[in-house]
Design a protein around this ligand. Sequence first.
Ligand SMILES: [Ca+2]
Length: 345
Amino acid sequence: MVASTYSHQPRKRSAVPQIAASGPAPRTPGTQVGTIAASSGAAGRFRNERGAALISALLAAALVATVASAMIFSQQLDIRRSGNILHGDQAYLYARGVESWAGVLLGRAEDGEEYEYLGRSLPPMEVQGGRVGVRVDDLQGLFNVNNLVLSREDVLEEQQQMFRRLLRHCAMEEDLEQAVSDWLDADQEPRFPAGAEDGEYLRHDPSYRTADRPLTDADELALVYGFDDEGYEECLKPLITALPEATAVNVNTAPAPVLTALADELSMRRAEQLVDDRPQLGYSLEEFLEHPSLAGTGLGGSGLLTVQSRYYMVQSEAVIGQGRVVLHSLLKQEGNTARVLQRSR
Ligand SMILES: [Ca+2]
């Protein structure tokens, strides 16, 4: 009876969760499927979590690799930059060494010996890590523009005439000599008819004033009235220089256009003949004045000419690795040595 009473009692719905909570679920087919489904869900979650962890690890590794690569690249740049700076410094020191060596050569040269290497580039020499080269030019082979104000009174007119012939040779107005003389002289009185002082240049845009002193660099001449055309750039510029004192022209290094400016009668053909006949160790002044090309020119030992120079331009170049330095140095020979007056890089 108890059993029938029990069997007819309705099952309380709350008993199922209690049983499930208190122990393992009965092995009924329904509950087995639920367990497999739960187990399969847990495995899926586990796989998903494992995949997410793997992606995170890959992302972290990629990030580390990117940062490391950026650091290595930056370090390589630093190393390259340091190397270039080192090579540049080494090249500069080599170029200074070449400049000093050229000064020693010029100082020790016996009479005429320097003509063997003046005016041409010496073959490059191998040094540790690179090469060096040098070229020495005699600046007294050119017309010194500062002669127009620094010359003695008794030769000043001859210097002006010489400059006028050079202007004529370059198809420029020879009266422009007056504009240059005004640029160099200390006063503010324009010469007639082609002089130019501050009044001329203050009208320019931008305006500027005359130097009223000798040039420190021949390139300054480009600022003077009338010197902004092709005649100056292509013809006159290579024939002139600016030195700190009045100088005579060295007949052994002057090119034919400068020689032809020495006298009206000295044609280009005769000047070229003078250049062609130069002895290996140069003319003496007497030999030069006796040359047939000078017949009838009236050229004498007036202080316009010399065979002994004192001012040189030394171009020293050094290439070490990626570093390259070129120095342009103005040297003045004094006794057995040559001193650097100006240097540009
Ligand atoms: Ca002046």
